[in-house]
Ligand binder design. Structure first.
Ligand code: AP5
Length: 214
């Protein structure tokens, strides 16, 4: 899943993973888990994430490679937010080739910039599971500040502050478009309009995976 910060990658990847019975592997979630545990990788990654910058490729590729080596990813995975640079895409091809695998499809969730800012400013996430994502206007929880699913507290991400969001968009969109080009050149890219209702976007993505254009 390729898309700008706030495009809805996490929301959609979680739904697709559940429907397809595959693990949802989100590089951002993996970094935040290391940051919470204060691991050496988490401390290194935090320096970049707090500034809205991409974490260096070698750290990111190793992180995702380790995750994909776990047994639940043997049959595949929905990758969310990785690869995000051309070298990451090349490294992913190489590591999958070593396992006789490949990127079966790349999905680009396309959303205009102004909407991204609004989405990130209103996002609230469950402390118990990053899969439970809300928005104060488009998907509010039944009880303000509490997750509908498990009742845990909701919080806003540090890097969703407006100045960090602007840095994320400025620094991360150019390499993201290189990834879009990379998969377009390999005929595995489908772009989906993400400026629609969540359910409509899910259906469009699901169709792109299950009925790829020949
Ligand atoms: P990461 O966690 O991947 O953040 P991101 O790419 O900036 O994406 P977000 O999680 O912010 O947004 P999303 O697209 O998942 O949107 P969501 O579904 O939540 O990465 C964090 C940081 O880690 C990066 O900045 C970077 O530093 C580092 N990093 C991660 N991966 C890396 C890599 N590969 N290489 C290097 N560094 C890396 O939706 C957003 C909001 O909109 C929610 O409130 C949701 O409810 C709402 N919403 C979603 N869809 C809709 C819709 N259709 N209509 C209305 N509202 C919607």
């Amino acid at each position: 899943m390729v898309g700008a910060p706030g495009a809805g990658k996490g929301t959609q990847a979680s739904r697709l993973a559940e429907r397809l019975g595959l693990p949802h592997v989100a590089s951002g979630d993996l970094f935040r888990s290391h940051m919470r545990d204060q691991t050496p990788l988490g401390r290194k990654a935090a320096r970049y994430i707090e500034r809205g910058e991409l974490v260096p490729d070698e750290l990111t590729v190793k992180l995702v490679e380790d995750r994909l080596a776990r047994p639940d990813a043997r049959e595949g995975a929905i990758l969310d937010g990785f690869p995000r640079t051309r070298p990451q895409a090349q490294a992913l091809d190489a590591l999958l080739a070593r396992r006789d695998g490949r990127v079966a499809g790349a999905l680009f969730v396309d959303v205009e910039r102004e909407r991204l800012l609004r989405r990130l400013a209103g996002r609230w996430i469950c402390r118990a599971s990053e899969e439970h994502v809300y928005h104060e206007i488009t998907r509010p929880p039944a009880t303000p500040g509490r997750c509908d699913i498990d009742g845990a507290e909701l919080y806003q991400r540090e890097d969703d502050r407006p100045e960090t969001v602007r840095a994320r968009l400025d620094k991360q969109l150019p390499p993201m478009y290189e990834v879009v080009d990379y998969y377009t050149d390999r005929d595995v890219m489908t772009a989906v309009d993400g400026d629609r209702d969540v359910d409509e976007v899910t259906e469009a993505l699901f169709r792109a995976i299950t009925q790829p254009a020949s």
